[in-house]
Design a protein around this ligand. Sequence first.
Ligand code: C2E
Ligand code: CA
Ligand code: CA
Ligand code: CA
Length: 276
Amino acid sequence: AKAGGRGRAEVFDQGLREELRQRAVVESGLAAALSADELELHYQPIVCVDTGEVEGYEALLRWRRDDALIPPDSFIPIAEESELICEVDAWVLQRAAQQLALWTRDWHRPDLVMAVNVSGRHAARARVIADVADAAQAAGIDPARLVLEVTETAMVDDPAAVVHLSELRSRGFAISLDDFGTGYSSLARLEQLPLDILKVDRKFLDPDVPSAAKLLPLIVHAGHAFGLTVVAEGVEHEHQLATLRILGCESAQGYHLGRPVRATDVRPATAGRQPT
Ligand code: C2E
Ligand code: CA
Ligand code: CA
Ligand code: CA
């Protein structure tokens, strides 16, 4: 900024000030939102590719503020820069587990699962073990029905995350590798990480992404070769579902199968085939 002289320095300072203001707003606002009931979870179905049956849901966070619904990409990355993300994740775990318990009771679906996103910073803290275990216990949910979605970057950035997730997995919780195929994914790592599920990033279903169609079968097969269940994200059209069926991909998620909605707007997922 200095090289450009005074004018540019001022522009830089303004940008910086704006960024700091934003961050402060998010950090203080989010902490308050946690206690003021401004956070809410939306639930998106995860569907069995073969039968169309809803197997479970992914809990996705939103921040309701002055009638506006703020998407997670606008505040999660900032929350992830401080320990605040641990509080946010813990809240999500509690809420999502409670919701699963309610649906289990109302719909007689003791097999339904709930997937929750766990941020890398949270996974790297020892408290993640108690945060997850307490949520399941408070809701009376069997650990196997709670799926912890973690990105590969999160696991690789801090070896402690792998230790904690291994412990959680040995307690029966399911671990899912989120956004697989983005970032520094490596097939060799699938063997070393404590995993049950491989979640293929939605770019591999995107017809506009070069080589996506060629890579999708390889990723599904790699997941199976390592003994993982494979879930595909971003199913927006029926023909993608047909492709996944041919590839033997077990589960799918996407706007075509159901958008993320508030708990009150989720249609009861009773056992049996769902109309898609
Ligand atoms: P993600 O874990 O990869 O979640 C899937 C995202 O894809 C969601 O965006 C979902 O709404 C969107 N999506 C689902 N189906 C489709 C589709 O067919 N097409 C397209 N284009 N998109 C689809 P969302 O809800 O905005 O969440 C964005 C990200 O924010 C999530 O990505 C996750 O990384 C993060 N996030 C969300 N909730 C939480 C949370 O409770 N805790 C943490 N730590 N992160 C969260
Ligand atoms: Ca996810
Ligand atoms: Ca994902
Ligand atoms: Ca993501």
